[in-house]
Design a protein around this ligand. Structure first.
Ligand SMILES: NC(=O)C1=CN([C@@H]2O[C@H](COP(=O)(O)OP(=O)(O)OC[C@H]3O[C@@H](n4cnc5c(N)ncnc54)[C@H](O)[C@@H]3O)[C@@H](O)[C@H]2O)C=CC1
Ligand SMILES: O=C(CO)COP(=O)(O)O
Length: 350
């Protein structure tokens, strides 16, 4: 298949390697001319994936129109809040070229201000005639490990039934295993909201907290992800899968995670601006904490960890205040919470 990967960051680059290994013709689009030149001439992308050699059959372009012209499949690997403008430009080129493509995105977050999932943004921006289907690929998949061909498993979902099956075939290699999931909302919400929990757990690690509080935030974090997700129409069981628990584990326990490391840096005394600048790569959890907090208020869904992290990131509450807010909440029942999730699922499936 002719595939254009939009975004020459860490994940766009490692997915290009997977797709190239599967005998697709891969063209990467990057807005940075130096990176494009490095990929074409030296077959490396040293800023994002140090010590990794790319195949010479992977090409790169700084022309979005050329990428649109090449593609039967577009893989969108830019940050969530760049998706709307990138997709809008692509739609214009597809119209000019009078062609239709399949689209898959791999971004993990909610759009600021609209609180939309990425597939909702894409559905809004792309004309129906330009896309055969819109899909998501998500799950526990650090770019650094994908590039090293570490066995990796992810989920894919699509708006119609067909798209996800095509994505499964196109991406699946002996080290990259893709599962089809029919819950687009759950797959996108799981991928987006785990970044909030990873930031919080990274901060805990940075303050020197032990394993008990980390397990508490991961587990109760998953619960609040499921609570908001189910309210938005997801199947709560999706959050036990790769795009839920899987991605939460890989992100909230790993030094590869930019969200986790950002939390550590904040605990180490850097400001939010300093930490994100020092990272030099997107930390989706920051914007998504804001979007998810506001969305939870709008839907009246209790998300105590998200709320506390929002206060910590944007309103300067201290770690002590954050812990007091969480530990001194009114007492509650775990089984009652799980029962409510199941009741929402029954309501959603009617
Ligand atoms: N790095 C990882 O391990 C994984 C990342 N993801 C998700 O994939 C998305 C991209 O992440 P990464 O590749 O890691 O980020 P990154 O920060 O490494 O790279 C982002 C790329 O997007 C480009 N970009 C940003 N704004 C743009 C715009 N307006 N137009 C064109 N290009 C633009 C940047 O120049 C850069 O090349 C994020 O939503 C992330 O959550 C998903 C799974 C794994
Ligand atoms: O989503 C990821 C792994 O699945 C990567 O997480 P970070 O964006 O925190 O690095």
């Amino acid at each position: 298949m002719n595939i254009s990967v939009i975004g020459t960051g860490s994940f766009g680059t490692s997915l290009s390697m997977v797709l190239n290994d599967n005998n697709n013709r891969v063209m990467m689009y990057g807005r940075n001319q130096d990176t494009v030149q490095e990929i074409n001439e030296r077959h490396t992308n040293s800023r994002y994936l140090k010590d990794i050699k790319l195949s010479e059959t992977i090409t790169a372009t700084a022309s979005l129109k050329e990428a649109a012209a090449h593609a039967e499949l577009l893989v969108l690997a830019v940050p969530v809040n760049a998706m709307r403008s990138v997709a809008s430009d692509l739609n214009g080129y597809l119209e000019e070229l009078n062609k239709q493509v399949l689209v898959v995105h791999v971004a993990k977050g909610l759009e600021l201000n609209t609180y939309k999932r990425v597939s909702e943004v894409l559905e809004e921006v792309f004309d129906e005639a330009r896309v055969s289907d819109i899909c998501v690929l998500s799950g526990p998949s650090h770019a650094e490990e994908v590039a090293l061909k570490q066995p990796t498993t992810v989920s894919t979902a699509s708006l119609s039934e067909e798209g996800a099956e095509i994505i499964q075939d196109v991406f699946m290699t002996d080290y990259f295993r893709v599962y089809v999931n029919n819950d687009m909302v759950g797959v996108e919400i799981g991928g987006a909201l785990k970044n909030i929990v990873a930031l919080a757990v990274g901060a805990l690690a940075g303050y020197g907290f032990g394993d008990n509080p980390k397990a508490a935030v991961i587990t109760r974090g998953l619960h609040e992800i499921a609570r908001l997700g189910t309210k938005l129409g997801a199947n709560p069981l999706t959050f036990l899968g790769l795009a839920g628990m899987g991605d939460l584990i890989v992100t909230a326990t790993s030094q590869h995670s930019r969200n986790y490391r950002c939390g550590q840096m904040l605990a180490g005394g850097l400001t939010l601006k300093e930490a994100t600048e020092q990272m030099g790569m997107v930390v989706e959890g920051v914007n998504t904490t804001k979007a998810a907090y506001e969305l939870s208020e709008q839907h009246d869904v209790e998300m105590p960890i998200t709320k506390v992290l929002y206060g910590y990131l944007f309103n300067g509450i201290s770690e002590d205040e954050a812990f007091t807010a969480l530990m001194k909440r009114e007492k509650t029942s775990e089984s009652e919470g799980l029962k409510q999730l199941l009741e929402s699922q029954i309501k959603n499936s009617k």
